[in-house]
Design a protein around this ligand. Structure first.
Ligand code: PLP
Length: 416
């Protein structure tokens, strides 16, 4: 019998750390287990929190029973959703003078924030062919994968100062100043940097924008936490809006996710915005047209159901107010958990400094715990966080924060 062979050439790739950790947590039967891995919002009872405003919108949509609700949309996505997503990101208020600025933005619907990052990378790989994309060190691990798959060489700029546990602004600036070249892409987290929770301040953002403009670098914003980080959609969009309005001669793009700020994780709602410079806004339609070409070949169009919810909320002033209140609930609980963890560590006189836990922003804290300490937390205390020491603060609650602090205290004292 002839030997059966395969033409496949596959080698195992490492499993995604976050999803593997989530699985390990799921099958752990310890009663005090704590998940500080995956970046999803949880209530003080450790449960998911479908936003009240989302539940209201769902009921209204169900009652309306629109016969078109399962139909195909256009390739670029749900037409009324697109300007809503754009205006949320860039902050238009409906003034006629804004028309010229809007004309610079090509918007399409994507498969959430990941899909927006991917589509953007693919689009640039085809139509700009950057020599290098610069990612922060560290960054969201999926950025590496996305740009690797797009075939663009990756380099990193310093972002985190391990000894001070602070944002390394000088390191970032000198690396980009000395090593980045005209046409390179610079990936920037719009707010709530993942994994460090450290963002540039406004002065620093201004300097970053100046550097990008002067060196002709292409800013690629990833906006996954608008409104979720500070509780204010304006505040969290400040950097994107500053680049857009203060640097109209610069091209840039934004990958926008609605997963965290609407709690629509599995619904995959997102948008990609390519911003032309003011001299090339006539290119906007051809940019949309080329984005549609890529979308058609990959997934034909973004999904409808979650977009319908976002659209319902954003088109109704009263619901927008409720949404803003929901954002405050989530961001305030996370802030209060940061404070509670910090207070416990201070009370226990845990060796080291812990102010960074309250100084960092958004869902994550880069705790500074070592790999061995992370493993000890998992093996001895059933507390799950990423190998880098990143902890998702939303997994903390009034009930488990003392337990987690005690465990950290123990591993910091006893595991090196
Ligand atoms: C920095 C960053 N970008 C993008 C995303 C993508 O989110 P999603 O694809 O769920 O919208 C995430 C989610 O964790 C993130 O942290």
């Amino acid at each position: 019998m002839a030997k059966v062979t395969t033409r496949l050439n596959v080698a195992p790739v490492p499993p995604d750390e976050i999803f593997a950790l989530n699985h390990a947590f799921g099958i752990d039967t310890h009663p005090q287990k704590v998940s500080l891995g995956v970046g999803v919002y949880r209530t003080d009872d450790g449960k998911p929190w479908p936003l009240p405003v989302v539940q209201k919108a769902e009921k209204e949509l169900e009652a309306a029973s629109d016969a078109f609700r399962h139909e195909y949309t256009a390739i670029e996505g749900d037409a009324p959703f697109l300007p809503m997503a754009r205006d949320l990101m860039f902050g238009f208020e409906g003034k006629p003078s804004e028309e010229e600025a809007k004309a610079r933005i090509a918007t399409v619907q994507t498969v959430a924030g990941t899909g927006a990052n991917h589509l953007g990378a693919l689009f640039l790989a085809h139509h700009m062919k950057p020599r290098t994309v610069w990612l922060s060190n560290p960054s969201w691990a999926n950025h590496m994968t996305i740009w690797e798959l797009a075939g663009i060489p990756r380099k990193t700029y310093p972002y985190y100062h391990a000894s001070t546990r602070a944002f390394d602004f000088d390191g970032m600036m000198s690396s980009l100043e000395n090593d980045a070249e005209e046409g390179d892409v610079v990936l920037l987290h719009a707010c709530a940097h993942n994994p460090t929770g450290l963002d540039p301040n406004k002065e620093q953002w201004i300097a970053i924008a100046e550097l990008c403009e002067r060196k002709k670098l292409f800013p690629f914003f990833d906006s996954a936490y608008q409104g979720f980080a500070s509780g204010s959609v304006e505040e969290d969009a400040w950097a994107v809006r500053y680049f857009f309005t203060a640097k109209p001669d610069m091209e840039m793009c934004v990958a926008q996710s609605f997963s965290k700020n609407f709690g629509l994780y599995g619904d995959r709602v997102g948008a990609f915005h390519y911003v032309t410079n003011r001299a090339s806004s006539s290119l906007r339609d051809v940019v949309v047209n080329n984005l549609c070409h890529l979308i058609r070949g990959e997934f034909s169009m973004g999904p409808r159901a979650g977009t319908a919810i976002v659209k319902k909320v954003l088109s109704d002033e009263a619901l927008v107010k409720e949404w803003h209140a929901d954002l405050k609930v989530m961001s305030s609980r996370i802030r209060s958990m940061r404070e509670a963890l910090y207070a416990e560590l201070v009370r226990l006189q845990t060796p080291g400094t812990w102010e960074h836990i309250v100084q960092q922003n958004g869902m994550f804290s880069y705790t500074g715990l070592t790999l061995k300490q992370v493993y000890a937390l998992k093996d001895q205390y059933h507390i799950y966080l990423l190998k880098s020491g990143r902890a998702s603060i939303s997994g903390l609650s009034k009930k488990n924060v003392a337990y987690v602090a005690q465990a950290i205290d123990d591993v910091v004292r006893n595991v090196n």
